[in-house]
Design a protein around this ligand. Sequence first.
Ligand code: C5P
Length: 217
Amino acid sequence: KAFKVIAIDGGAASGKSSTSKRLAEELNLLHVDTGAHYRAVAYACQQAGIAPTDAISLKHFLSQLVLRSHVVGRESYISFNDQPPPGPELLRSENINRCVSPYAALPVVRETVKAYQRGQVDIAKRSGFDGIVMDGRDIGTVILPEAEVKVFLVADTSTREKRRVHEGGVDAIADRDKTDSSRSVAPLRPAEDAVVIDNSDLSLEEVVDKILQIIRA
Ligand code: C5P
C-alpha cells in the first residue's frame, strides 16, 4: 500500500484542522497542524522576550531552539527546549493570535519550521501510519510539493468569523490572512494543482466525503 501524502491549505478558520483530523481517522494518517508550529515558535520567542523585529537575537535564538514531536493517537504535537508540549490555552491565546503572523513572515523562522515539518513525513512512516495529512498555508506550495492530493479550503468571512466566535477568544482572522497572503516568502495561496473547495455551505461530512472521493479517484 502506497504511503499517502495529503496537503490541506487555507486561511484562518477555514476548517482545515477539523477536516484534516477526520481524514486522518478515515485513512489512518498522521495529522500535523502546522499552524501550531508557528504558534509554538512565536510563544517561545515571546517567552524569551525576543520581538519579531530583533533580527540578530532571533537568529541566534532559533539556531539553539530544539523542536521535538510527540505523537499521541493520530496527532503530532510540538515541544521546544524540552518543555512539555504547550497546550491550546497557550498556543491559541489572544496574545499568540496577534503576534504569530509577524513571526511567520520571517524567512529565518520559516526555514527553522520547514526543516522540522519535512521531518514529519519520516515520523509518520516510522510510526506505522498509512500516510500523512498536513494542514497550513504553504503545504501544497512549499512543504509537500510532492503531495498527491492538495486541497485549498475557502469560506465566507462571516462563516469563518462565526466559527471562531464559537471557539471563544479574540482572533482578527482577516488581519492574519492579509499578513499571511502578502508576505514575500511562502504566501498563503493555492498550489497550481490544488482543488479549491468552498465549504461555507457544506457540512464537515460533505467536505470530508468530497476529499475522500478525490483521494480514491
Ligand atoms: O493555522 P493557524 O491559524 O493556527 O496558523 C497560525 C498562523 O501561523 C497563521 O496565521 C500563519 O501566520 C502561520 N502559518 C504559516 N504557514 C503555515 C501554517 C501557519 O505561515 N503552513
